[in-house]
Design a binder for this molecule. Structure first.
Ligand code: ADP
Ligand code: MG
Length: 469
């Protein structure tokens, strides 16, 4: 076997154990530089990949190499090196069409009754740090297992904007630090280069700006504003769903910036593919860069975050209090912070020294039962229906269309899992179905969950909505 085939075999094996995003990110453009006696040198595209492979995948790589060489390989080394691209191995991006400068986006499919004047907002001019909140920095961000990939990627981007991790797509549930990371990159870049033009917008803001621009005939201003930046940070892109005109404009903005090697970072509550009605050309743009997810922090990370926040607020709390808060509040960081603020405010107001005894009653509303509030079948059905953008009645109806059947099975699974409902009662709740249908659905979802990362993510997000709403 030559080195090329050997590496192909190794990649084939690794691909099976990693998520697609991870695999593509870390193993794209890697190859074997040399293999002599017992040493393999692996070429990697940059130092960041170098560090990450060494830290995270070293063991897996060496085991796999040994597997395919009768244990000949004893040592592996990584070296930053590029080689002429090999079309077979590298996931190809479709070419990005060059947009004519004069080309107008197709008119937005909106109708307006009252034309209002479009005011270019000076504070969103590139170069100003409008909307960047100075408190969101890397140093105030606690890194744990659940966010280390997103954090590392954000850092890499801030040391080399417009480089290999472009676009960077960060996704995960509410209150898990996406906005914090986006803004940390902006703040860091601004610190290093005060004249850099950074534009941070929520997707909602982008949409509104665009709509206003179109209706007041100032599309050109809009373009100038959005297409002449060095770094474009777009928060909560999931809200772009269904807005065709906006998607079109976003696509062109994206392309223009991307072609000029401007850094783009996007956040979303779910991966691109799971955003309903997101155009496929946008999905493929987002996926061609780096994707990183953020998950709920584990206990240790929650304690570390609380410690950090206490320090920021110059309000130290005893360790036992932090542990109590961290064990009570598990869903997300925003709630964790909310609880902390509540504790601090209460004690300042009463001029009391916080102890576990004084803290416990304050957190009543955050008690385990309250955070894991009781779910009703109605609420569950409604949550799943909203998540998949279908109607609750459709879930209860007879149609077996795939777009309905799968969400319906998810409802049944969650009723069983989260409400401990019996199969017959699940059947009844879902429009009078047989208990065997519920049983089958439950088992099917359990099986799918083992392999299907997207499904795992969907379920995670639905649960978040279920308990956080
Ligand atoms: P998202 O955009 O994912 O909904 P945010 O970035 O707004 O979440 O985070 C919510 C709050 O939690 C913010 O105040 C943020 O500073 C804080 N936070 C989230 N993750 C972390 C972290 N890992 N370390 C420190 N603070 C965090
Ligand atoms: Mg956010």
């Amino acid at each position: 076997m030559d080195t090329k085939d050997l590496w192909k075999a190794v990649l084939g094996e690794l691909e099976l154990t990693l998520s697609k995003a991870n695999f593509t990110t870390w193993f794209r453009n890697t190859f074997i530089v040399s293999f002599s006696v017992d040493t393999v040198v692996i070429g990697v595209p940059n130092l960041f990949t170098h560090a990450w492979l060494e830290k995270k995948y070293h063991k897996q790589i060496i085991l796999s190499l040994q597997n395919h060489t009768n244990n000949r390989v004893k040592i592996i080394a990584y070296r930053v090196e590029t080689r002429p691209t090999d079309p077979q191995q590298i996931p190809q991006e479709e070419p990005i069409p060059v947009e004519e400068a004069s080309q107008q986006p197709s008119a937005a499919p909106y109708t307006y009754t009252s034309p209002s004047s479009y005011q270019p907002q000076t504070n969103t001019q590139p170069g100003s740090e409008f909307s960047l909140n100075g408190k969101y920095t890397f140093s105030s961000f606690v890194v744990g297992k659940q966010n280390e990939l997103a954090h590392a990627a954000a850092q890499a981007v801030s040391s080399q904007p417009g480089g290999v991790y472009n676009p960077l797509f960060i996704y995960g549930g509410v209150g898990l630090g996406k906005t914090h990371l986006l803004q940390a990159v902006g703040n860091e870049l601004l610190r290093k280069n005060p004249s850099i033009r950074i534009l941070y917008v929520t997707c909602e803001r982008f949409t509104n700006d665009y709509i206003n621009a179109v209706r007041s005939g100032q599309a050109r201003d809009f373009k100038n504003r959005y297409r002449n930046v060095d770094v474009f940070l777009v928060d909560d892109i999931q809200f772009i769903t269904g807005k065709e005109g906006t998607q079109e404009e976003f696509f062109h903005t994206f392309n223009q910036l991307y072609q000029n090697n401007k850094q783009i970072i996007i956040s979303s509550d779910r991966p691109p593919k799971a955003i309903p009605t997101l155009e496929s050309r946008l999905i493929s743009r987002f996926e061609c860069g780096m994707m990183a997810d953020v998950g709920s922090p584990d206990f240790e990370t929650r304690v570390a975050i609380l410690e950090m926040k206490c320090k920021e607020k110059s309000c130290p709390l005893a360790r036992e209090i932090l542990h109590h808060v961290a064990s009570l509040i598990q869903s997300n960081v925003r709630e964790l912070e909310g609880a902390l603020n509540k504790i601090i405010a209460f004690h300042q107001f009463k001029n009391l020294h916080p102890t576990l005894e004084t803290v416990k009653p304050i957190l009543g509303s955050f008690s385990a039962n309250a955070t894991k509030k009781t779910v009703t079948p109605r609420h569950l059905i409604h949550t799943v229906a909203t998540y998949f953008e279908i109607k609750a009645e459709e879930l209860l109806g007879k149609s077996r269309e795939k777009r309905l059947a799968f969400p319906r099975q998810i409802v049944m699974y969650l009723m069983r899992e989260e409400m401990k409902a019996s199969y017959p009662s699940i059947g009844t709740e879902l429009g009078g179905r047989d208990h065997t249908t519920a049983m089958h659905a439950y088992e099917k979802i359990i099986n799918c969950l083992e392999e299907d990362e997207k499904l795992q993510h969907d379920i995670e997000l639905i649960k978040q909505r279920l308990y956080n709403a």
